[in-house]
Design a binder for this molecule. Structure first.
Ligand code: ADP
Length: 615
């Protein structure tokens, strides 16, 4: 759905929504996002307290008969589906103003937001997601449904990090064996060549889209992307795409099978499930939610990957555990050089080598800039600030709200003890970190067991609170001290999340640098997030360059996330604009100061770790 109807007067959606046919009542909760026609909210069934996602479409927007038909087609197809990997359909109804669709809630947004934050994923992660996508698409195809718009934004993720296929707005049912569809009302994102050439299409268009999804997840950008849609369509018709050399042979081969111009040559879902790429590499059974922002660790020391036995035997022939992981991805002390050359090895062995190389060289070779996106953020903020968003005529802050861009990680508590040791902090996921004065870092994950020690050169070492090398003794003691202090004395900035299984694979961002002024503390995390806590009124902003978003926690502790580009267009109130201006100055300060000299330049720490809290 694409067209916006901004001129329509917006009717308020009621707080309590009643299904007239069943009498069921729902409480309208958190805003989840808006699409072309729909606004989505959390809906709580007042009787059972079950929480759903409610897709709400104003009837005033459904004027053309084609729009109405599309809506009823979407409902009719979606309600006939029931699968672990398809967004659950729990009902629909209407009142005089709106149509309501009650759906399974997917709190972790979609693969689109994951992609924006992470760019290229590791092969095991990609395999994990692809397996679930294929399982869902198999369900559709078995029921003669073609989705026709499989794309990252329609692959939702729940709290368990499971994928659910959603949005059946362009879906269709195959009426008889061999039917070729001739029409498609709308523009699919990963559009297949046979649709562009109007040759008639069927299930194979979904396989094409899966090829584009696989490519995008592994490479970090879509296969046919150009500056204009016209050029993109040209490249699709000519089947012009390039797979970078770093992509493994089995992944490469599968992408090539899926992205064949001739639809009859593409494999069906069962064939993809049985493909070497799916069966030969490491398939994680779970992923931690931290994967939404950081590559997980698939290293040998992790108990939950014990199923990778053969892989460990190949790579640790000399019995040496792999502990040191270099940020630059160098494998000097690593695995690759110890493994016999690929000649004479089987495809399975090659794939396992590939997985373990990725695992051993974490984070995987990334395009992450060394300034952790500070320059990008400066460009984005400057653009908003220079547009004078608070001097606009019809300021409409609400229009810029985008819950899909909410930050995954922010600092919920901090203690400055840098005159002696360093800065201790807690993240919203309940993990703890210390940035020591010698620029090393120690992190205690939310499970309270796993600790990650990060050297000044960013080399990461994984240990446990129960078991770590003796030289870390003093730092671990300080970490415990900071943890106890924060637990006892400080209030949290926001509610925490619960740890879950799979979290032992987690890697979390750490504090890259920070400094204090008279009015605020500025915290910069390694995933690019910049947080500013203002002392006087306890307001906070959290800036994310990857999502291009700002979260503003105001004096009343309202927590709202806005797209920076939209604020530029629709404007914002002075309080937020002032904070953005302040942020721009602070980013400038961060950019001109070498991060290693920042702390000492503030000189405002006290001798007691009893600093203002973020409460
Ligand atoms: P469109 O109108 O483009 O089809 P949707 O109405 O499907 O878009 O969704 C609008 C937004 O609501 C999405 O971008 C997503 O952020 C959110 N959303 C949709 N479905 C769900 C769901 N099942 N769980 C959580 N959020 C959802």
């Amino acid at each position: 759905m694409a067209t916006h109807h901004k001129d329509e007067p917006k009717k308020e959606i009621p707080e309590i929504i009643t299904d007239p046919s069943t009498g069921k009542k729902y409480q309208r909760g958190k805003f989840l996002g808006k699409g072309g026609f729909a606004r989505c909210y959390e809906l709580t069934d007042l009787k059972t307290k079950d929480i759903f996602a409610g897709k709400i479409v104003a009837k005033s927007l459904l004027v053309k008969s084609t729009q109405k038909e599309k809506m009823s087609q979407e409902i009719s197809i979606h309600r006939s589906l029931k699968d672990k990997h398809v967004v659950g359909f729990h009902g629909f109804f209407e009142d005089s103003d709106n149509v309501y669709i009650v759906l399974e809630l997917c709190r972790r947004r979609s693969l689109m937001e994951l992609h924006k934050r992470r760019k290229a994923l590791t092969e095991p992660e990609t395999r994990y997601f692809l397996k679930q996508i294929l399982s869902g698409v198999k369900h559709l195809h078995d029921r003669k449904v073609i989705h026709r718009d499989l794309k990252l934004g329609n692959l939702f993720i729940n709290d368990e990090m499971e994928v659910k296929i959603g949005d059946f707005g362009l879906a269709t049912r195959v009426g008889y064996e061999g039917e070729r569809k001739r029409t498609l009302c709308g523009t699919p994102n990963y559009i297949a060549p046979e649709i562009l050439c109007k040759k008639g299409h069927s299930y194979e268009v979904d396989i094409w889209s899966i090829g584009c999804i696989l490519y995008t997840l592994l490479v970090g950008k879509p296969p046919f992307e150009t500056q204009t849609l016209k050029d993109t369509y040209m490249r699709i018709k000519k089947n012009e795409y390039h797979i970078p050399g770093r992509i493994g042979p089995l992944a490469r081969s599968l992408i090539q099978k899926l992205l064949q111009g001739d639809p009859t040559r593409r494999p069906n879902v069962d064939m993809i499930i049985a493909d070497d790429f799916m069966t030969m590499g490491y398939m994680p059974s779970r992923l931690p939610t931290s994967c939404l922002t950081m590559a997980p660790r698939f290293d040998s020391r992790c108990s939950s990957v014990a199923t990778r036995k053969p892989l460990l035997e190949i790579n640790n022939k000399d019995g040496s555990p792999v502990k040191v992981i270099n940020k630059d991805g160098s494998k000097k002390e690593g695995l690759a050089t110890k493994v016999p050359s690929t000649s004479g090895t089987t495809a399975r062995q090659q794939q396992q080598q590939q997985d373990s190389q990725q695992a051993g060289a974490q984070p995987p070779k990334s395009d992450e800039p060394s300034d952790c996106y500070l320059k990008d953020l400066y460009t984005q903020i400057s653009s908003v600030v220079l547009s004078k968003p608070d001097e606009k005529e019809n300021i409409n802050e609400e229009e810029s709200e985008d819950p899909a861009a909410v930050p995954m990680i922010w600092v919920s508590k901090w203690v400055d003890y840098s005159d002696k040791y360093g800065l201790g902090y807690q993240l919203c996921d309940d993990s703890i970190g210390v940035l020591f004065n010698d620029f090393t870092k120690l992190l205690l994950l939310a499970d309270g067991e796993n600790i990650h020690y990060i050297e000044r050169n960013n080399a990461e070492h994984y240990h446990q609170l129960k078991n770590y090398p003796a030289p870390l003794n003093k730092k671990v003691t300080l970490l415990r001290y900071f943890r106890n202090y924060m637990n006892e004395h400080l209030l949290k900035a926001a509610a925490s999340m619960c740890p879950r299984e799979g979290d032992e694979l987690a890697r979390i961002p750490s504090l890259r640098t920070y400094f204090r002024t008279r009015s605020a503390i500025i915290l910069h995390l390694t995933n690019g997030t910049l947080q500013i806590n203002f002392f006087e009124d306890h307001t906070k902003i959290i800036l994310c360059p990857l999502m291009g978003a700002v979260t503003y926690i105001d004096e009343k502790r309202n927590f709202k996330t806005y797209r920076l580009a939209s604020l530029e267009k629709y404007g914002c109130r002075t309080d937020l604009a002032n904070r953005l201006r302040y942020a721009r100055n602070m980013i400038q300060k961060l950019m001109v100061t070498k991060s290693s000299t920042l702390k000492s330049s503030t000189g405002s720490s006290t001798s007691q770790p009893a600093q203002p809290t973020t409460a």
